[in-house]
Design a protein around this ligand. Structure first.
Ligand code: GLU
Length: 447
């Protein structure tokens, strides 16, 4: 079968074998579309059916998570862990707690994670997990009881050499703390390297909290530098107002840019003077409030209930909320308004139509699996510190993160050049991420 038809047939098979999982189909399609030229260069990969194998998770676990709310009512959620690929190291990837979570979301995230983790150059496989539990509006005690019940199942399949979960949407320092406490209690082991994103006092790493936002900003800086440009004086729009968005805001300001819009699922705030970091941190990280409350502290800022953040004119867009948040229509609007660069802080925030619009308009486009790799890369640095019983300083760890992001940029850029799509970091990231995993899988034989 000719190669292109073969790749299409693999995709059709994935759709058939995984019905109803549209986000997973979308993530697979985007990667497979890049891989034709790789099979031409490496016929061994086709022979060993590496692509077919990579699309099938090594192991998937789904479990019941019963817990009691503050009124004493019984609640039942569903827990997931998809251990996708362990060719490069222990399974690694976050946990997402959000009502939209179902198997298709966890599989798309786990699939992306394989290539992202490969691009970091660090020894980590790909996985993802989570639950349809909604932490919004829950008390600390409810969140704790949920996390303890979740870990009471999860502990059997994780471990510092097996599978190392971390945070994602809805899972931050508080949740990781409760999960770690329950793992420690169940196993009677202080196995620091079993989870990352831990608090600094019990084995966490400096810069892990900031890493995804800082890393994404470093990646965009590299893309801009490639065009003899930089953040200085740039107007930046950052969707979301969670962990990724907050530390994108901090780093963009440090590099001389100005973040003028942020959002949450209810609406958009525009602050033409540039967002005030400490206010956003206090509102979101300490008080867990909504972004509209920012306007109570900064009267000149404007709140648009139900607004679309991509209507706000900007030079650089950094989608840092969730999947498929930039549609084709949004992408056209951004291009029309003069946007020159997009860095995906979230996972798969741009629809396939949106990606094509950016690429054909010559917008610098940093896909999530490259641009947001700084989070998981710093998780791998946390694992290194745990294994060596070390704790590095902030500057030292940030310098390592910065270097890793420069490397990710270089690897993507070189792969794009080598395989005939110069400047296309989507193709570059998919190919460079894939080749390393494929080589390791080939070396391991048919397992
Ligand atoms: N959830 C993050 C991601 O999408 C981080 C995962 C990790 O640190 O393991 O890459």
């Amino acid at each position: 079968m000719p190669l292109l038809e073969r790749v299409e047939a693999i995709y059709q098979d994935v759709v058939k074998r995984n019905p109803g999982e549209s986000e997973f189909h979308q993530a697979v399609k985007e990667v497979l579309e890049s891989l034709g030229p790789v099979l031409v260069k490496y016929p061994d990969f086709a022979e060993a059916k590496i692509i077919e194998r990579i699309c099938e998770p090594e192991r998937q676990t789904i479990f019941r998570v019963p817990w009691q709310d503050d009124r004493g009512q019984v609640q039942i959620n569903r827990g997931f862990r998809v251990q996708f690929n362990s060719a490069l190291g222990p399974y690694k990837g976050g946990l997402r707690f959000h009502p939209s979570v179902y198997l298709g979301i966890i599989k798309f995230l786990g699939f992306e994670q394989i290539f992202k983790n490969s691009l970091t150059g660090l020894p980590i496989g790909g996985a993802k997990g989570g639950s349809d539990f909604d932490p919004k509006g829950k008390s600390d005690n409810e969140v704790m009881r949920f996390c303890q019940s979740f870990m009471t199942e999860l502990w059997r399949i994780i471990g510092e050499h097996t599978d190392v979960p971390a945070g994602d949407i809805g899972v931050g320092g508080r949740e990781i703390g409760y999960l770690f406490g329950q793992y420690k209690r169940l196993t009677n082991k202080f196995e620091a390297g079993v989870l990352t994103g831990k608090g600094l006092v019990y084995g966490g790493s400096q810069v892990r909290t900031e890493a995804t936002g800082y890393g994404c900003t470093y990646f965009v800086e590299e893309m801009l530098k490639g065009k003899k440009n930089g953040f200085k004086g740039k107007k930046v729009v950052v969707s979301g107002s969670g962990n990724v968005a907050i530390y994108t805001l901090e780093k963009v300001h440090q590099l001389g840019g100005k973040v003028i819009a942020m959002s949450d699922s209810n609406g958009v705030v525009v602050d033409e003077r540039g967002f005030h970091l400490e206010t956003v941190q206090q509102l979101k990280e300490v008080e867990r409030r909504r972004i509209r409350d920012y306007c109570d502290y900064h009267k000149h800022a404007k709140y648009q209930a139900g607004g679309n953040i991509w209507d706000v004119p900007c030079d650089v867009a950094m989608p840092s909320a969730t999947q498929n948040e930039i549609t084709g229509k949004d992408a056209r609007k951004l291009v029309k308004n003069g946007c020159i660069a997009v860095g995906e802080g979230a996972n798969m925030p741009t629809t396939p139509e949106g990606v094509q619009i950016f690429l054909s308009a010559g917008v610098l486009f940093g896909p999530g699996k490259a641009a947001n790799a700084g989070g998981v890369a710093t998780s791998a640095l946390e694992m290194q510190q745990n294994a060596g019983r070390e704790a590095w300083g902030f500057e030292e760890t940030d310098a390592k993160l910065h270097q890793i992001m420069k490397n990710v940029y270089t690897i993507c850029s070189e792969a794009a050049d080598e395989f005939g799509s110069p400047g296309n970091f989507v193709v570059g990231a998919n190919i460079a991420g894939f080749i390393k995993v494929a080589r390791a899988m080939t070396a391991h034989g048919l397992v």
